[in-house]
Design a protein around this ligand. Structure first.
Ligand code: SAM
Length: 288
């Protein structure tokens, strides 16, 4: 049976109607599943954490490749199906939880202590309604993971994998670049899912850097400055940072820009990540 036939069979057998509010769009294309799993470069000693396994179409390939697969799925109906489907496998664990609530750091710590695991890799066809919070959680929780391979909306993907100050840059571009080396794996048409989402999708691979891309005194201040600058991206950096309360006043802002050799009328999108790092580090010395 191919994935399309299998999905139809499982949906009929368990009387499943895709739950839109849980972002359920099931993958029905064998090639796409193969490309996601290949893109994750899974090795025999790896632990894979799959977020939102759904009916288990990708899980079926993951359990063959990895030492262990931990599936985190919010929908209890899916957990029942996965339980039946993978009953013969002893390298799979199902967790019926909201991925945004689960303590991933503790989960990973326990797994590392208990088993001889080489690397931990996250793989998912993410629920699109919470793409950004999931990615931010994975990046900001300081997890001991090697990579994140996910399918998300193309529009969001292009923003995540952009080089800071490129045309698709947003505040989140800097966060991803700070923590990861990002790479596009492939685009996926909406005909590869049941039901079809309204948007085109993209598979990306984020490889966690051993050391962040730039050195900053305080990451909270760094990301707050970037967020504030991009909140009013059409304004000059100076005005955006005064309006959002980062700089106390225009004089303070002008003084900082001058010391960094940045033009008075520069905009957020013209700053490299190194510029934002220098700005943060100077700013931190002044607020000490
Ligand atoms: N992996 C399956 C596939 O590719 O066919 C399903 C992917 S579907 C896009 C997203 C899955 O994430 C669904 O199974 C959904 O129930 C699950 N999900 C939605 N919100 C979740 C949450 N907060 N935590 C964990 N899983 C969630």
């Amino acid at each position: 049976m191919n994935v399309l036939e299998e999905t139809k069979f499982l949906m009929k057998k368990y009387k499943i109607k895709a739950n839109k509010s849980l972002g359920q769009n099931f993958l029905i294309d064998d090639c796409v599943i193969q490309d996601i799993v290949d893109g994750a470069k899974i090795e025999k000693e790896d632990l894979v954490i799959e977020i939102g396994p759904g009916l288990g179409s990708m899980t079926a390939l993951l359990v063959e490749r990895a030492k262990k697969v931990i599936c985190i799925e919010f929908d209890r109906k899916m957990i029942q199906i996965l339980n039946d489907r993978f009953i013969a496998y002893n390298n799979i664990e199902l967790i019926n939880e909201d991925v945004l609530k689960i303590d991933l750091k503790e989960l990973i710590k326990q797994e590392k202590e208990a088993k001889q695991i080489k690397n931990i890799k996250i793989v998912a066809n993410l629920p699109y309604y919470i793409t950004t919070p999931i990615i931010m959680k994975l990046l900001e929780s300081n997890l001991e993971i090697e990579s994140i391979t996910v399918m998300i909306q193309k529009e969001v993907a292009d923003r995540l994998i952009e080089t800071p100050s490129g045309k698709n840059t947003g505040a989140i571009t800097y966060t991803v670049y700070y923590y990861c080396e990002a790479q596009k794996i492939r685009e996926v048409e909406n005909t590869s899912f049941i039901p079809m989402p309204e948007v085109t999708s993209e598979v990306i691979n984020l490889k966690l850097r051993k050391k962040p891309a730039v050195q900053v005194e305080n990451t909270k201040v760094f990301f707050n400055i970037i967020k504030s600058a991009y909140m009013q991206r059409r304004k000059t950096l100076l005005n955006a940072l005064v309006n959002t309360g980062v700089f106390r006043n225009k004089e303070e802002g002008l003084d900082i820009l001058k010391k960094l050799n940045l033009k008075e009328d520069i905009r957020a999108e013209n700053l490299t990540i190194e510029d934002f790092a220098r700005l943060t580090n100077l700013f931190c010395t002044r607020i000490k």
